[in-house]
Design a protein around this ligand. Sequence first.
Ligand code: SIN
Length: 316
Amino acid sequence: MSMVENTSVSFAQSQSQTQAQSGSRAKPPAVPGIRPITPVVGAEVTGVDLAEVTDEAFAQIQRAWLAHSALLFRDQSLSDADLVAFSRRFGTLDQAPVNENGRMTAAAFPEIYVVSNIKGADGKPIGSLGAGEAVWHTDMSYLPVPPDASLLYSKEVPPEGGDTWIVSMEAALAALPADLSAAIVGRSIKHDGTYNSGGYLREGLRASDNPMDSVGTPHPIVCAHPETGRPTLYLGRRRNAYVIGLPVVESEALLDRLWAVIDQPGLSFAHRWRVGDVLMWDNRSTMHRRDPFDPESRRLMHRTQIGGKVAPQPGA
Ligand code: SIN
């Protein structure tokens, strides 16, 4: 078993211990509990009902957010309006993106993007991304100003599979060998917008596997987080990525070396979903991916996105 898998198992054990110790949730403490999930990324926030967050509790959540880059809240029972209201405390929300099935949103909430493999009575998908693997990515990094953060709320989960993985891009940057760090100084990657993380062509776009002519936006490879100032690797998506100014063959070789770092043990954790979880991640300092799951089982997630405030800026 890898160190990453170990992290996931010990986290699941400590979660159930904490629940057993915490007893009734009838009267949440005024100040939420914060427990790191790994030393480099993620924290579970306990004792908070996201439908009723006081200003004091929110200040604590914000500090944990900037310190840990991903937060998990268990046992939530949120309406779509609650999810939108909590998400809005972090900033203006984006409209749900267009994906392989068009713009799939929750009824009356254009900010809520439905991630699901479920089909409606008409046989058509009610959401995006199906049941396959979603490869490592940062949400919508093909835009000039990508979203700051995403919140995913689980409404139905499969009995197995469908775990969401979060990797620290700050830790990934720190893990680069010296020659690779030197090779990316001052360089930018063009982030492709043709396909989503499930490998589906976005509705309305032209299929392309040519990194030189596919649609996208260049961003620095090393960015400074706009709120913490901490340097972070910013890779976006592997497919059709292109290191500006290099011959394609050299760009591919450099990208392959960078992407190999992401799967090193100790940089990430896997989140095993239960109904009522909210997992939020910082798109500026993490990437995420999803394991596939049995297409016959049902998975239904509602996602919001905090709009970007500034374009990614070069870091040290
Ligand atoms: C996403 O990539 O935004 C969805 C991840 C998931 O379904 O777990």
